[in-house]
Write a protein that binds this ligand. Structure first.
Ligand SMILES: [Zn+2]
Ligand SMILES: [Zn+2]
Length: 109
């Protein structure tokens, strides 16, 4: 019974399957190469970077004119009355919750 020879992706030599290791799906590397510390991953995966990072908007209120607004940038100037250092942070609003407020049927004047 003849042993099947498999080809190493690194040194391109053929070895019996018992000397081969899967380093990735469908990629075989011989023990010799592994022992020598061959770089195992032929194509390092790039980490998938999300192009839009989750931005938590912060809700501010102006103590002067009671104007409230949401912003994802740190601000200390009221966009309504223009006063500086009158803003207090009400809460941080996750970006996914911003639309949820409109589904309120309680108002029936
Ligand atoms: Zn090899
Ligand atoms: Zn204001």
């Amino acid at each position: 019974m003849r042993e099947v020879l498999l080809k190493c992706f690194k040194c391109h030599k053929e070895y019996p399957s018992s000397d081969m290791r899967y380093v990735s799906t469908n990629i075989l590397c011989c023990k010799n190469c592994l022992d020598r510390g061959a770089s195992i991953s032929p194509s390092p995966k790039e980490s998938l970077k999300s192009s839009e990072p989750k931005v938590n908007k912060t809700e501010y209120q102006c103590r002067k004119c009671k104007y409230t607004f949401k912003s994802n940038t740190v601000s200390n100037t009221c966009p309504y009355c223009g006063k500086r250092d009158t803003l207090v942070v009400l809460k941080s609003v996750p970006a996914s919750n911003l639309i949820a407020e409109s589904s309120n049927k309680a108002y029936d004047w």
